[in-house]
Design a protein around this ligand. Structure first.
Ligand code: LUZ
Ligand code: MOS
Length: 756
């Protein structure tokens, strides 16, 4: 089954927030932001802006009726800066005008005088200054100190991973319409409508029930709208509340690039200890997370790094510590993988370095240490299945690894400047919000008298196809064509207290909630049928839009049954709640069972590097992915392909750079921030979905496994394949285990340790 939105998208008929028809009298907002990375505000001059044509009001921190606070986990982020600015792009004032052009013109006439304060953008420097958002956190198991003494090889090193811009096609946007009696209706491009609702209420000093948030769909999000859609939506609400008129705010691409946070850059150091056979006995790692100027989701993201500190490997003695370092960058935020990719890159870097120093081939060390059934993660959860090793073994066959290695060797001996490299990247990713209470969802299902079905859940459609999956589930319960179902907009008045659509769990949780609600209605309908047919309800079921009695179809169609149920005054609506079963975590001991299950797979990547130019080409990626029993193979494939390319982009060409003096983001346009395009896409991507672990009923969605984030980390393999190729040209190079591996870095690293 295809993604239902595909046709609308292709025709340009799908509606995003910016496309919403504006009510008459809608004001347009432009946001004035700080151009100083840290400073004391000496004066803010609005007078010239206020004199501009069309300006209705300019809102500053002083105008906020409730709390000037949008923090979610830690209360450390104002909606609008007061006396101090903390990063370039921090909102200071909101200009409301009759047209968008007028709003921007006036905004550009605002001037602010600032006394510069010391700016820190390096996480290690922030840590040295003691500027941490929360106290450090440590996960450990075994005894690393004692075990280190038993190691034959002890290797220390550092690794760096860069940030990443989400680059959702649709920029941050919101439209708020004031209703009667202080109530508000907000359309927001957010992954977390309930966050937007809660924080709007807080900032305006209103009860939550006066704020209704509605989401039709997002033009991509990737984590960038889990928390960071909130301020823009709150601003439209604030404007609507103060003026009594609708307010629309659509960020320009440049503003979005500068003002919003990104994936967290990490700077890490590690010690890895191995026995003489390459068995890893010890893993010690320190993560210095560049959190940016406010906490946002940083603490949760660091936590996920700790959960994934050993990647796909079993290591008996572990000590992983993490530091959320406050810097003067836009607050960094959720991004597909949520701290997992950072941790996995560092683990792979350590293994690579260990291979170089011990002479044991890297794939031998990897393979020897893969998790097997019954092994425990440092957080105490048992790995129940054998998907990591089986995906590795299957990948070796699928990608003809032995043969490919021989051909790579041959190619490299015949070519002086073109060098090929190969890598294997095992992935194991935990599914569930690590914040246990977020693992709940609800659904409201209506069956209408014509037999059509309307479903509301907390899931947000952001292109990933969650609505298609939910429709499949509902159509399956009722055994009606999927066309007879519809997923409504995500609306806080229909589904309340929702978790953001995040952590790869949107389809699992909301799909299960929808399934429970549909089954409830089906039960009532079959009761009605049993009365009509005068037979036992346990013999009845629905199939192909008909009521069936045991193996025989009856004359009662779905539509007739629904109508009969209505006429006999049966409730055709149901609300259901789903809570992921069997998960718990104790933060005092840092042990528990935080994940419903894990998703695993292995990618084999082959690249060619031009050692004169520093450029490279990804020749092929072959992936074995354990996706459970797939509900929608086409959507799954789309997610794996997209995530793979996004992951490759993160470790290769996507580079965030800041001006060393002004700390201004230099990669603030699409001319200076490069992302993979069709020309960079691997020549060949082969994905084999394999079944493996069988999930219990009510875990996963109808036996399928979450797909959103795990495949992102297959992309990490590209970095190591490129290094592999480079090392046949210059065996001394390590590229400092620094991602991204831009062509510039390749070129520099190719001369590492060589005389010119
Ligand atoms: N968001 C969140 C996430 O709040 N908690 C998580 O564990 C998570 N994991 C992945 C992506 N988003
Ligand atoms: Mo996310 S990184 O919003 O699942």
């Amino acid at each position: 089954m295809k993604h239902f939105d595909a046709i609308l998208h292709v025709k340009g008929k799908s509606i995003f927030t910016a496309d919403m028809r504006e009510p008459v009298g809608t004001l347009h907002a432009a946001v004035f932001t700080s151009s100083c990375s840290h400073g004391k505000v000496l004066s803010l001059d609005l007078s010239r802006a206020e004199a501009h044509a069309g300006v209705i009001q300019i809102i500053t921190a002083e105008d906020i009726p409730g709390e000037n606070q949008i923090g979610n986990i830690v209360m450390d982020e104002p909606l609008l800066a007061g006396n101090t600015v903390h990063f370039i792009g921090e909102p200071v004032a909101i200009v409301l005008a009759e047209t968008r052009r007028q709003a921007y013109k006036a905004m550009n006439a605002i001037s602010m005088e600032v006394e510069e304060l010391k700016t820190v953008i390096d996480p290690r420097e922030a840590a040295k200054l003691g500027d941490l958002i929360v106290p450090p956190r440590t996960f450990s198991c075994g005894d690393t100190e004692t075990a280190l003494k038993k190691c034959t090889h002890v290797i220390k090193g550092t690794a760096e991973t860069g940030g990443q811009e989400h680059l959702y096609l649709e920029t941050q946007s919101a439209l708020c319409i004031p209703l009667e009696g202080n109530a508000l209706h907000i359309t927001s491009s957010t992954q977390g409508p309930s966050f937007v609702q809660k924080i709007t209420a807080r900032v305006l000093g209103l009860p939550v029930h006066l704020v209704q948030v509605d989401v039709v769909r997002l033009g991509g999000a990737f984590g960038g709208k889990e928390d960071q859609a909130t301020p823009w939506a709150v601003m439209t609400a604030l404007g609507a509340h103060l003026t009594g008129r609708p307010v629309k705010l659509i960020l320009k691409r440049h503003e979005d690039l500068v003002n919003t946070g990104k994936r967290h850059p990490y700077s890490s150091d590690f010690t890895i200890g191995l026995d003489e056979n390459g068995k890893i006995l010890v893993w010690e790692v320190n993560y210095y997370q560049n959190s940016g100027a406010a906490s946002d989701l940083s603490t949760a993201i660091l936590e996920r790094s700790l959960f994934h500190c050993t990647g796909s490997y079993f290591i008996p003695n572990v000590r992983a510590a993490g530091y959320c370092c406050r810097t003067n960058l836009a607050p960094n935020t959720a991004f597909r993988g949520f701290g997992g990719p950072q941790a996995m890159f560092i683990m792979e870097a350590a293994i690579y370095k260990a291979a170089v120093e011990t002479g044991i081939p890297v794939n031998k060390i990897q393979k020897k240490n893969l998790m097997k059934p019954g092994d425990c993660f440092p957080y105490g959860m048992e790995y129940p299945c054998d998907e990591i090793r089986s995906s590795w073994n299957l990948a070796e066959e699928f990608a003809h690894v032995a043969e490919t290695r021989r051909s790579v060797y041959k190619f490299n001996s015949e070519n002086r400047y073109l060098k090929k490299g190969i890598s294997m990247m095992p992935v194991c990713f935990g599914i569930s919000f690590t914040t246990t209470f977020l693992n709940q969802a609800s659904a409201l299902v209506h069956v209408y008298t014509d037999g059509s079905v309307g479903i509301s859940t907390g899931a947000v459609e952001m292109g990933q196809g969650v609505n298609s999956r939910i429709r499949q589930v509902a159509a399956d319960v009722f055994s009606i064509p999927v066309e007879q179902t519809r997923v409504e907009s995500t609306n806080t008045s229909r589904t309340a207290n929702t978790s953001p659509t995040a952590a790869s769990s949107g389809a699992d949780m909301n799909g299960n909630a929808a399934q429970i609600a549909c089954k409830e209605i089906r039960g009532r309908l079959l009761e009605v049928a049993s009365v009509i047919l005068d037979c036992e309800v346990k013999n009845l079921h629905l199939m192909n839009s008909k009521v069936w009695n045991k193996e025989k179809s009856t004359d009662i169609s779905w539509n007739q049954l629904v109508m009969k149920a209505y006429m006999s005054r049966t409730d055709l609506s149901s609300h259901a709640h789903y809570a992921t079963p069997g998960i718990h975590f104790n933060k005092a001991t840092e042990k528990g069972r935080p994940f419903a299950y894990h998703v695993s797979g292995t990618a084999v990547t082959e690249v060619t590097v031009d050692c004169l130019l520093g450029t490279y080409k990804i020749n092929s990626v072959n992936i074995i992915h354990h996706g459970g029993s797939q509900l929608n193979p086409l959507l799954d494939r789309g997610q794996v392909e997209g995530a793979l390319l996004q992951g490759i982009g993160w470790v290769t060409m996507e580079e965030l750079k800041w001006d060393s003096r002004s700390k201004r983001l230099l990669a603030d346009t699409l001319a200076t921030y490069k992302v993979p395009d069709i020309g960079f896409t691997p020549d060949e991507v082969n994905i084999l979905f394999a079944e493996g672990e069988v999930l219990e009923d009510g875990v996963g969605l109808k036996g399928s496994k979450a797909i959103g984030e795990p495949p992102f980390m297959y992309g990490i393999g590209a970095w190591f394949a490129i290094l592999d190729a480079m090392r046949t040209f210059n065996p001394n190079t390590s590229a400092n285990y620094t991602a991204p591996m831009t062509p510039e870095r390749v070129l520099m690293a190719l001369t590492e340790g060589k005389r010119s």
